[in-house]
Every structure is written in C-alpha cells, then in structure tokens.
Design a protein around this ligand. Structure first.
Ligand SMILES: [Zn+2]
Length: 161
C-alpha cells in the first residue's frame, strides 16, 4: 500500500493530536458529515510513520475524543523501554549485520545495567541514585536511537514478497 502524499507523524501521540485537530475542524465546518467518526490513526507498514485514515489495518486505533487534548509527548518508562529494547534486540539477534550487532551489544549492556538497578536493595538505593540517573539518561538516549532507527532511511530493505 502506498502512502506517498499522506502526512507522516513520527509518533502515535502526534498522529492522535492531528486526528483530534482534524475532528474538531470537521465538526466546526460540518464538512464530511459524520464521516470523521471513521477516522483513526495507524502505523503504516510502508513507511513506519503514523497516518490518519480509514485503514482497517489491525494496528488502527479508534478515535478517542479525550486523547490528544492535553497530552504531552510521553517519555517511555524504563520498564517500557527495556521491553522495547528487548524486543528489538531479539529481532536483531536473528540478523547478520555487523553494525546491528554492535548496537545490540550496546542495548544489551543498557538493559543489563537497568536490570541491576531494578534489583538493587533499598539501602543502596540512595547511594546509587546518581548512577541510576546516569543510566536513565543512557536509556533515554537509547530511546532516541530506537526512534531514529525506525525512520525509513534506516530501515533494512524489505524482502521481496
Ligand atoms: Zn506510510
């Protein structure tokens, strides 16, 4: 499916904000009747960005009138990020790419460091707070790397279907 002229949103939240804006506009102008009710956001299989549309893709998220009104871009919790990195690591483990292997090693180190922080005991918690903050910074940086890697120019060539 081609998405050529569709607006690309980097995140689901950005797309939801755009959707909320579009719905407000449709309601205000009355244009398109009630067709806005079928609008949703979905992650595109072609470009990996998020689009507004009427896709029946099963990743589609129905319009939620409360979403996107006051929401700030979300910073992933370390737990979410660890799971995300772990999933990514798992998929990269199956690949044979040198650069990816290096990145994978870096991610694994972060995941491991984060795990150790999780299992530390209460007494050491305060002492290690500074170190923990450092790791959080690394994890945020990793999140940024993940986002950049998900940009289309960094995608691996798709296998021919
Ligand atoms: Zn697309």
């Amino acid at each position: 499916m081609h998405c050529g002229d569709k607006i690309k949103h980097e995140t689901k939240i950005a797309a939801e904000n755009a959707l909320a804006e579009a719905v407000r506009k449709y309601k205000r102008t009355g244009r398109g009747g009630k067709s806005w009710k079928n609008l949703n956001v979905y992650q595109c299989h072609t470009c990996r960005f998020w689009h507004l549309g009427r896709s029946r893709d099963n990743t589609a998220v129905k319009f939620n009138p409360r979403a996107g009104l006051a929401e700030q871009p979300k910073i992933l919790s370390t737990g979410e990020l660890r799971r995300k990195l772990a999933r990514l690591a798992e998929s990269w483990e199956r690949r044979d790419d040198h650069v990816r292997k290096q990145r994978l090693a870096a991610f694994k180190a972060i995941i491991e460091a984060d795990k150790q922080v999780q299992t530390r005991d209460d007494e050491r918690r305060r002492i290690q707070q500074a170190k923990f903050d450092e790791i959080i910074d690394s994890v945020r940086l990793a999140a940024e790397i993940v986002r950049n890697l998900q940009r289309p120019e960094n995608e691996l060539p798709q296998d021919d279907l």
